[in-house]
Design a protein around this ligand. Structure first.
Ligand SMILES: Nc1nc2c(ncn2[C@@H]2O[C@H](COP(=O)(O)OP(=O)(O)O)[C@@H](O)[C@H]2O)c(=O)[nH]1
Ligand SMILES: [Mg+2]
Length: 298
């Protein structure tokens, strides 16, 4: 390794829906974290690893703080969000460039009180009327904290994301890489597979279903000839939810399976055979054993 090689751990924090998971995927150049227009899609920390010639960065995506009144699962997500920066060299707080509200304040205060070097990333600048509005937006949030760095980006269009990566790379401590160069995430393929199915439930189902359902990967088998066979159970809380997830003639479940399979094939670089079934597991989100079995919490 050259003397000047850098290795750093960066944590993305911020309230739900500001685009943390999208930003991680854009910085990685590949999808590792799931995204939907609904808040509280991300339930646990997921790390992306990007290796360039002189730098390796581990970038952690975290759940935004979930609303506290909800279930054990939400409390676990909150623990994960609050404690997520442990071991980070720096913390990037992601906000929607158009707003700064009390929930952003709470995030900034939580992480600055822990003594982290805090960067501010103004995401979604594509939603400003034009880029001339970026500077006034930066001026408006500059004094809210002593930010070590303020960077405007769009995770959606990719605007300035490479610049953000360069700045993060320059700020990373000198150090050898910790992971093989071809590793893109610390998460297991099993976990990613379950998450990709869950993403489709978040995207394709009406309001009640996503938060009541979870995905358990029951079988994961690499087969000779470069394909993977997966079996997954989608858990839900009621018989009514089960019927909705399956859909008339099974169309909904089929559509969820097809979309998830396409995403997975891209990430795993292999053909995927996916079998899904739906099970009613009432109260799973409040049951520690179930939540742990799904891979959330410890
Ligand atoms: N227009 C626009 N939408 C974005 C951008 N980044 C994320 N989004 C959208 O914002 C929503 C929430 O994104 P997500 O990454 O799941 O946010 P998270 O909850 O902070 O992880 C999704 O619908 C994304 O497609 C962006 O830069 N521009
Ligand atoms: Mg997310």
């Amino acid at each position: 390794m050259p003397d000047s090689h850098r290795f750093g751990v960066v944590t993305l924090v911020g309230r739900p829906n500001v685009g943390k998971s999208s930003l991680l995927n854009t910085l990685m150049g590949t999808k590792v974290s799931i995204v939907s227009r609904r808040p509280q899609t991300t339930w646990s920390r997921i790390d992306g690893i990007r290796t360039d010639t002189h730098v390796q960065l581990v970038i952690a995506d975290t759940p935004g703080l979930h609303r506290p009144r909800r279930k054990l699962l939400n409390r676990i997500a909150n623990q994960s969000a609050r404690g997520s920066a442990a071991g980070a060299d720096l913390v990037c707080q992601v906000i929607d460039a158009r707003t700064w509200n009390s929930r952003d304040v709470a995030v900034a205060e939580h992480f600055s009180a822990q003594g982290f070097q805090l960067w501010l990333v103004l995401n979604k600048v594509d939603l400003l009327n034009d880029l001339n509005q970026v500077l006034p937006r930066i001026e408006a949030v500059r004094t809210h904290q002593s930010w070590a760095q303020i960077v405007p980006v769009s995770a959606k269009t990719g605007y300035n994301c490479e610049r953000l990566f360069e700045l993060l790379a320059e700020a990373a401590p000198i150090g050898d890489p910790s992971y093989p160069a071809d590793e893109v995430t610390t998460a297991s393929s099993r976990f990613i597979a379950a998450e990709f199915i869950r993403e489709q439930i978040f995207r394709q189902m009406g309001d009640e279903i996503p938060y009541g359902s979870a995905v358990e990967l029951t079988h994961f088998e690499e087969q000779a000839g470069e394909s993977v066979r997966l079996e997954a159970s989608i858990w839900c809380e009621t018989v009514g939810q089960k019927a909705a997830l399956i859909g008339a003639g099974g169309v909904r479940l089929k559509s969820i399976g097809i979309a998830a399979r396409h995403q997975l094939e891209r990430v795993l670089g292999q053909q995927v055979h996916l079998v899904t079934r739906v099970k009613v597991r009432k109260g799973w989100a409040d049951d520690r054993k179930s939540v742990t079995q799904l891979g959330y919490g410890n």
